[in-house]
Design a binder for this molecule. Structure first.
Ligand SMILES: Cc1cc2nc3c(=O)[nH]c(=O)nc-3n(C[C@H](O)[C@H](O)[C@H](O)COP(=O)(O)O)c2cc1C
Length: 199
């Protein structure tokens, strides 16, 4: 089974990140989750899930109604000693979902100033999969240039842009479409979206 890192930043769309973690766990994978401080706050605001200081793992397991079998790790963004800060830890793919423009800018500039940014930097230097799911509109030239830089460095940008040809009927459908596209990119099986087979 795979080993994944999911970073939830302070961009709108925490629901995408939560669905992604839930899916990876339900498919039997191991997941390390890092919330940035803004990601923690926006998740609390948008989903009503406030990650506690203590017992973060148990709280997330309970919120996601996920199996409590040790495959989920929740690591603090200031824990720079965590395993994902080193290239010696094999991580099949890291996904920043949702990704703020601030986080994208920091990684594009190579700052590596906290655990999440360092883990992204490691994926790039080790030439391992790194996916960003940005959410911002409209985009300025700095945003566009930073995403180009990340693409040139080997990352994949999967914008949080749900499609409408799938005839979504709920927010869940919209979230599933975006997360399904992310899982396709990292090669994880799922049945979140109906595949187009012609009109
Ligand atoms: C309710 C709310 C929604 C936000 N939505 C976005 C967004 O969609 N995209 C974005 O780039 N920033 C958004 N922001 C701003 C980021 O949270 C802010 O730039 C933050 O510093 C990002 O920090 P981080 O990258 O460490 O998570 C939002 C902030 C708030 C409070």
């Amino acid at each position: 089974m795979g080993v994944y890192t999911v970073v939830v930043t302070g961009a709108s769309g925490s629901a995408y990140g939560m669905r992604l973690v839930e899916q990876l766990l339900s498919r039997g994978h191991g997941v390390t989750v890092i919330f940035t401080e803004a990601g923690r706050q926006v998740t609390a605001y948008e989903l009503g899930f406030a990650l506690p200081e203590n017992g973060a793992r148990e709280a997330l397991v309970s919120f996601l109604q996920a199996p409590s079998d040790g495959r989920l790790r929740v690591v603090r963004d200031d824990d720079i000693f965590d395993a994902v800060s080193s290239g010696t830890r094999k991580v099949d793919a890291m996904i920043v979902c949702p990704a703020s423009m601030g986080f994208i800018g920091s990684v594009a500039a190579g700052l590596a100033s906290d655990l999440a940014e360092r883990a992204a930097d490691v994926q790039l230097k080790e030439r391992r999969p790194l996916v960003f799911v940005p959410r911002e509109t409209p985009l300025n030239l700095i945003h566009l240039r930073n995403m180009t830089t990340l693409t040139e460095a080997g990352a994949v940008i999967v914008p949080a842009m749900p499609a409408f040809y799938s005839k979504p009927r709920s927010i869940d459908d919209l979230v599933n479409f975006v997360v399904g596209k992310v899982l396709d990119v990292v090669g994880v099986e799922h049945d979140l979206l109906k595949r187009w087979d012609g009109a």
